[in-house]
Design a protein around this ligand. Structure first.
Ligand code: ADP
Ligand code: MG
Length: 483
């Protein structure tokens, strides 16, 4: 007996509600409490439209997930309950849903527009998918950190120091859990783009594999969540929730050093996921082998996939990054200014960005264009702080390079003029550009006496006064070292 498609008698609405309750109950039994709570609990039935059951979910992400994982099952259950329903349509509930974050901010949404940073969108926020009323009664921070909208592959500038890590990240995003790339272990110093790459992987997976869940969190957050679960005797939920994701990303793993319980839990989660063919991505400031205080078996497992390091930036990379960021800010910044920043701020990309942002903010605030002068003015303190960092070794290296000598000549006993003179220049520059004392400088130049350094300093000053081309040479070296 088939009812006519498209028409459902009004008196049926009570039946529909009852059917819906049964369907939900059935699903709950089938998938289990944890999964149900994670994904399905927030479903509401909008109604029957024609031969379609219209089901609402609060986010696009949840909608996609439910559609791809439970869509067929939902349809079958509906059909069994109510043969008039032949299809289901899962939609995102319109406005009114109490959701401050823009769920449409996807990759690329951050491109362009200066100052208009889109709000970060929660990628796997559905892992927190509790009904609003429950959330209010039981305020808990999210399972998963929100993703930064501007941290995408598109906005990541690739250069020698990071090209390998970038390629690995792309590969993992394209083919999660492929052999040889699981886990992906990214490491590198502060501010070099580890978090950026991890978020980029998450965004890309969301786009290319919308059905897969990605959980991204810092190691600290992992620990905090785990401890909270222990306290509330709720570790089952913690374990199950994490073991249900397809991609688990833990940022700054070094924070787990010495935290034995948490490490243990992470180790088991790690194994469970890898055994199920799920992808793990981990970042740290050191390679696995240097993570003292991490259990051996965990360290071994961490190192058995792909280990990719992000090296310190080069001048070229810094300049490209600045160019990209200046273009995105849509504020004209003279090349000379970008070069100045790339020369002076060598520590990491975060500081580089900070300096550029300061210039841009200043220019916007006062409505004046950015010039080399204004840059010097605005960044006065920052540039000064970076100026002092010339090391004796850097001086020796530059000077040796300039005069075609080996670095070892700087501390050798050789007295030939063509070696001794450059060595004196290096000592002179060390005195001028560093805070080191004369004895200390002497020590660094092959254990020479401080009087030798004193002599070198006055000799070079003398020669500079007599010989313009020599003076120019030294000035050039100085400039290279200072910039
Ligand atoms: P880490 O996690 O390694 O400490 P982040 O990923 O937080 O560093 O990066 C610091 C800042 O520098 C971020 O704003 C990030 O977007 C930016 N950044 C780092 N590397 C790059 C790059 N190659 N291209 C563009 N931006 C970068
Ligand atoms: Mg980071």
């Amino acid at each position: 007996m088939e009812e006519q498609a498209g028409v459902l008698p009004p008196q049926a609405s009570g039946q529909v509600a009852a059917s819906w309750a049964r369907i939900r109950g059935r699903l709950r039994e089938e998938v289990g409490e944890v999964e149900y709570r994670s994904w399905l609990r927030q479903m509401t039935l909008q109604g029957i439209e024609g031969d379609e059951a219209v089901i609402l979910l609060p986010t696009r992400f949840l909608r996609d997930w439910v559609n791809s994982h439970y869509g067929d099952r939902l349809r079958a259950l509906w059909q069994a309950e109510c043969p008039a329903v032949r299809r289901i349509d899962i939609r995102v509930a319109q406005a009114g849903a109490a959701r401050p974050v823009s769920l449409d901010a996807g990759p690329g949404a951050a491109d362009g527009v200066a100052g208009a940073r889109p709000e970060p969108a929660g990628l796997a926020e559905s892992l927190t998918s509790r009904p609003a009323e429950m959330r209010a009664a039981e305020p808990r921070s999210d399972w998963v950190a929100p993703l930064e909208a501007r941290f995408t592959f598109d906005s990541f500038v690739v250069g020698k120091p990071n090209e390998f890590a970038y390629a690995c990240a792309r590969r993992v995003a394209e083919k999660p859990a492929s052999p040889g790339f699981n886990p992906l272990f990214l490491y590198g110093g502060v501010g070099l783009g580890k978090t950026h790459l991890m978020h980029a992987i998450a965004w890309a997976i969301r786009e290319m594999h919308p059905a897969r869940t990605v959980a991204y969190m810092s190691a600290e957050k992992f620990m905090y969540r785990f401890i909270a679960a222990l306290r509330s005797q709720n570790t089952m939920e913690f374990k199950e929730t994490l073991r249900a994701v397809d991609v688990l990303m833990i940022d700054d793993l070094q924070f787990l050093i010495g935290k034995d319980n948490t490490q243990e839990e992470f180790f088991h989660t790690f194994n469970a996921l890898v055994d199920q063919g799920k992808q793990i991505v981990v970042s740290s400031d050191k390679p696995p082998s240097d993570l003292a205080g991490i259990e051996d078996r965990l360290r071994t497992r961490l190192g058995c996939g792909m280990v990719a390091d992000i090296h310190a930036t080069t001048y070229e990379l810094r300049l490209s990054i600045l160019e990209a960021k200046a273009a995105a800010a849509q504020v004209p910044v003279p090349l000379k200014v970008l070069e100045l920043l790339a020369h002076k701020i060598t520590t990491n990309v975060r500081e580089l960005e900070g300096a550029l942002n300061r210039l841009v903010a200043h220019a916007n605030l006062f409505g004046r264009p950015i010039t080399l002068e204004s840059a010097h003015e605005v960044l006065h303190d920052l540039l000064r702080a970076h100026e002092k960092r010339v090391s004796i070794e850097e001086i020796q290296r530059k000077v040796a390079e300039h005069y075609n000598l080996r670095l070892t000549d700087m501390s050798s006993a050789r007295r030939a003029r063509n070696v001794a003179r450059p060595r004196q220049v290096a000592m002179y520059l060390a005195k001028q550009l560093t805070q080191r004392s004369l004895p200390e400088i002497g020590r660094r130049f092959g254990n020479r006496d401080h009087t030798t350094v004193m002599h070198a300093v006055s000799r070079v000053a003398e020669l500079m006064a007599q010989d313009a081309s020599f003076a120019e040479d030294v000035a050039l070296l100085r400039k290279m070292l200072e910039s």
